[in-house]
Design a protein around this ligand. Structure first.
Ligand SMILES: C[S@@+](CC[C@H](N)C(=O)[O-])C[C@H]1O[C@@H](n2cnc3c(N)ncnc32)[C@H](O)[C@@H]1O
Length: 341
């Protein structure tokens, strides 16, 4: 099946059946994580501080995003079955100085406070694997705080490329639950989707707004590759999955920038739509704001295809807990019945 057809089949919100469960999405961004949950039948409500990202969420998803700066104690929607979220990764990213809980952008106290006050059946968060390095002590503290709230906590590094996303992207996922949990099984362990399959006709297209690298940028890249003994140039290779799509390599930083080398030798920067495809956003998903803002929303997102796989696992977990509870109730009822006899 062609990549775009596969996205449409898995992430179509027009025909999906509501599964009866609701989700609060904290630090929602444009809704990459939420899109997967909606495609699995969940209702979502987002909370995000950036106006453009909120608008993208509300424009594309069935749920609405509240444009607000989250804080400890802030009132959220009542009775959500699930809380999901992507607390900012800058405090833990190896590209930054990894100040962890000392970084004012750390969103984990807000996430944990929401879980403590609203007691969802399942809580799930995503972050960079850097959370396991210098700030490992903090990661362990987060896990034990969730365990103290009587959740079973499981975590795993998942690579989006194994879930149909044309991109190598490893991220940490943590799930707190009270039932049975399995991380989603990879869908394509052997054959990955390539960047060329995802970009299709766009890859070699040249439009009036195409942005080419300047000769001085090309020289900079050549010098960088020589200095760093780079064997494989960092251009986007269409016969393989993309390297990780980030805000940084979409927006600038010449040496790292994601770019396509055209048959005539020129290099072209990726467009918003190309970046979105590499993150597995369907073409109907439109991003609000200027180009830089759109690139940030895309680079920050959980790839919706991976999110859909996780959402399906959350649904199974909720259904198995419900089944267990119902069986428990039935057993109690029959004992009662026996007493009545
Ligand atoms: C990693 S991104 C989340 C991406 C999102 N999960 C997705 O899949 O599209 C983190 C988001 O948190 C937002 N954010 C950071 N601090 C916030 C706060 N205190 N309140 C609300 N949003 C916040 C940022 O603007 C950013 O969009």
């Amino acid at each position: 099946m062609k990549y775009l057809d596969y996205l449409q089949l898995n992430l179509d919100l027009t025909t999906v059946q509501n599964n009866g469960y609701s989700v609060i999405d904290l630090f929602a961004g444009c809704g990459g994580l939420a899109l997967g949950f909606e495609a699995s039948g969940f209702e979502t409500i987002g909370y995000e501080m950036l106006k453009d990202a909120c608008q993208s969420y509300s424009k594309n998803l069935n749920g609405k995003c509240h444009c607000t700066t989250l804080q400890i104690g802030l009132d959220l929607a009542d009775n959500a079955d699930v809380i999901i979220g992507g607390p900012p990764c800058q405090p833990f990213s190896v590209i930054g100085d990894q100040r962890g809980p000392d970084d004012p952008r750390d969103g984990f106290p807000i996430f944990l406070d929401a879980v403590k006050r609203y007691q969802p059946k399942v809580a799930l968060f995503e972050n960079v694997r850097g959370l396991l390095y210098r700030n490992r002590f903090y990661f362990e503290d987060i896990i034990s705080k969730l365990a103290n709230l009587k959740y079973n906590v499981e975590w795993k590094i998942l690579n989006a490329v194994q879930y149909g996303v044309p991109q190598k992207r490893e991220r940490l996922f943590v799930v707190a639950h009270r039932g049975e949990w399995s991380f989603p099984r990879p869908v394509n362990e052997k054959k990955s989707i390539t960047a060329g399959e995802a970009l299709g006709e766009l890859a070699y297209a040249i439009t009036p707004d195409s942005k080419f690298l300047t000769p001085s940028m090309d020289r900079y890249i050549a010098a960088y590759e020589k200095k760093s003994c780079c064997i494989r140039p960092r251009d986007l290779h269409l016969n393989a999955p993309s390297r990780t799509v980030t805000c940084r390599n979409l927006n600038g930083a010449t040496s790292d920038m994601l770019r396509i080398r055209l048959p005539d030798g020129r290099r072209r920067r990726l467009t918003v739509r190309e970046a979105a495809r590499l993150q597995s956003f369907p073409d109907w998903f439109v991003f609000c704001g200027n180009e830089g803002s759109q690139f940030n929303q895309i680079g920050n997102a959980v790839p919706p295809l991976l999110s859909k796989a996780l959402a399906d696992s959350v649904l199974k977990c909720l259904e198995s807990s419900e089944k267990e509870n119902n069986e428990g109730k039935k057993q109690k009822f029959s004992r009662q019945e026996r007493l009545n006899v």
